[in-house]
Design a protein around this ligand. Structure first.
Ligand code: GDP
Length: 568
């Protein structure tokens, strides 16, 4: 096969996704089952081990360092047959190459989770059938919406008493604004759970509780009126199923690929991850429906290399996954290797071209070529040196702090991928040093941790006391631990009055520069106490509450108050 054709086929079979859910909905359980199907059995154990170790931050970090668990479980790759492809077709046509990106789930929820979602092409939403749509899921869907990420939904725990499935559909549509297209439909629930009817493949899957997951094939039926269903399910259950299906056919939403790809409708399946029930159907639907890597927007020309000044034109273009030249961006940095050597792993998502070992790529921000001989791939069983990788794949680049979140690597033309943002933190602490002599160390530590994306730092325009911000509690704990451990800085982290952060930029589209300069000067004078600069020297307004924020924004309509800030 010729090179461009091979590239096309490799791109077409990639499925890069993350699971989003509220804690306890069953993400860990489902991940394990998906990996078992993908043949990545050792990895499944590591997932549980990682979750089990969640008590103390220091233990958790130590264990991650020792075993490299968090790196290996950050990306899990496996193959799975695409339904409908001939058995004798070559692997690159027959098998999907699935990359599952882990999003930290529980207390360790932080910006990392958000940023991982910028590196996927689709998301799998897991909902606890008894609890319905919960708060964390709502937040994560908001992030998916920023890039119109397509979402497939799995309603879990139908072996328990759950909400009525029709109500669940309504709830998802009401709370998340995404209409559902049922792919399978449950028959009963809890003790009376009989199975799921596959609406698309017209098969009945009979439920048998099992932890090991002996998978019985679906029983084909001639549609919903097939008398076989009466036999298998009994009169009452079949009646209920037929009513529901009739209702869905009459009033339900029809699958529309465009709508799904735009994140405007979600195919929905039911099951029980713990019983390994409905998981194979989920995986089959997923590899059929989820998109291969799509094109991505990048800044090109001068603005790709130097951050443009306000008002400068910024040229952009879409980079197609099939383009021959290699390109990718860094969405996550993990400092988990040997702390003495300050080793860091940068996770790069490939957007176009072919990665091969030994190649050089241009590090656009630094303006120099970097050899990528030691890049790692995350294959089913272990971390290993990567020989070849394609769009949608994630590679790990060990480095000593030269790589930052948001950095682009490209071959040939200079470009910079956009849309890898910082998210407004929600937890704030003022950092008070116990030994004032360590001020320099503190500044260094905070700067480095902020470059890694481990924390956000804010320096006041007025005064000298740093404020740190995080999206989740564990982010703060990890920072504290690392400042002590790696920088010997012991500090007190005082609660502050702030609860929201907004990045401030002048609205150049609607106002002229002279006006804006005046407004900005006035704003800085009036709001000095709430103004800070972040690790990129960008201006940030920290607000004590929503009311204060909206009042301030009203007073300065010429300024934009933004909840995300793109890395440049
Ligand atoms: P996570 O926090 O989303 O990763 O959730 P886990 O996978 O750890 O699951 C949370 C709890 O729900 C655990 O006690 C699981 O055993 C349980 N669980 C997961 N899937 C199912 C299921 O299908 N049925 C039932 N009854 N319990 C489940």
């Amino acid at each position: 096969m010729k090179a461009p054709e091979q590239a096309k086929a490799e791109v077409a079979r990639r499925r890069t996704f993350a699971i989003i859910s509220h804690p306890d909905a069953g993400k860990t359980t489902l991940t394990e089952k998906l990996l078992l199907f993908g043949g990545a059995i050792q990895m499944a154990g590591a997932i549980r081990a990682r979750k089990a170790s969640r008590h103390a931050v220091s233990d958790w970090m130590k264990m991650e360092q020792e075993r490299g668990i968090s790196v290996t479980t950050s990306v899990m790759s496996f193959e799975f047959p695409i339904p409908g492809r001939p058995e004798d077709a070559p692997d690159f046509e027959r098998l999907a190459n699935v990359n599952l990106l882990d999003t930290p789930g529980h207390a360790d929820f932080g910006e990392d989770t958000y940023r991982v979602l910028t590196a996927v092409d689709s998301a799998l939403m897991v909902i606890d059938g008894a609890k319905g749509v919960e708060s964390r899921t709502e937040k994560l869907i908001e992030i998916c919406r920023m890039r119109d990420t397509p979402v497939i939904t799995f309603v879990n725990k139908f072996d328990r008493e759950c909400k009525n499935p029709l109500e669940l559909l309504d709830e998802i549509e009401d709370k998340l604004g995404i209409p559902c297209v049922p792919w399978t439909w449950p028959v009963g629930m809890g003790k009376g759970f009989k199975g799921v009817y596959h609406l698309v493949e017209r098969e009945l899957h009979v439920f048998k509780p099992s932890d090991e997951g002996t998978i019985a094939a679906g029983i084909p039926v001639e549609g919903i009126d097939d008398p076989k269903l009466d036999e298998l399910l009994g009169e009452e259950a079949v009646e209920e199923l037929r009513e529901a299906v009739e209702l869905l056919e009459g009033a339900g939403v029809e699958y529309d690929r465009e709508e799904f790809l735009a994140g405007k409708q979600t195919p929905l399946l039911f099951g029980s991850a713990m019983n390994n029930f409905g998981v194979r159907e989920l995986l089959r639907a997923f590899v059929s429906l989820a998109p291969a890597p799509q094109e991505r927007q990048a800044v090109v020309g001068k603005a790709a290399v130097e951050a443009p000044k306000p008002g400068d034109p910024v040229e952009t273009r879409m980079v197609d996954a099939d383009e021959a030249a290699f390109s990718g961006f860094v969405f996550k940095i993990q400092a988990n290797m040997d702390p003495k050597h300050r080793d860091r792993m940068a996770f790069l998502r490939i957007c176009s071209g072919r990665f091969s070992r030994g190649m050089k790529a241009h590090h656009v921000r630094l303006g120099r070529d970097v050899a990528m001989g030691n890049a790692l791939a995350f294959l089913a069983r272990s971390r290993e040196l990567v020989e070849e990788a394609w769009p949608g794949d994630i590679i790990g680049i060990p480095n000593h702090g030269t790589i930052k979140i948001g950095d682009t690597f490209s071959e040939g033309k200079k470009l910079r991928f956009t849309g890898i943002p910082s998210f407004a933190p929600e937890l704030f602490r003022r950092v008070i040093l116990k030994t004032p002599l360590k001020a320099k160390q503190l500044a260094k530590g905070l700067r480095q941790l902020s470059e890694e994306g481990a924390i956000q730092v804010f320096k006041p325009l007025l005064g000298a006391t740093w404020v740190v911000g995080a999206v989740g509690q564990l982010q703060l704990e990890v920072m504290k631990h690392r400042l002590e451990d790696e920088y010997s800085v012991v500090a007190i982290y005082e609660p502050v009055e702030y609860s929201m952060a907004r990045w401030i930029t002048p609205d150049l589209e609607h106002h002229d520069k002279v006006t804006l300069d005046k407004v900005m000067a006035n704003f800085k004078r009036k709001c000095e106490e709430n103004l800070y600069v972040d690790g990129h020297d960008d201006l940030v307004y920290l607000a004590p509450n929503k009311w204060n924020l909206s009042k301030t924004a009203e007073r300065f309509p010429e300024l934009k108050f933004e909840a995300t800030r793109e890395h440049s």
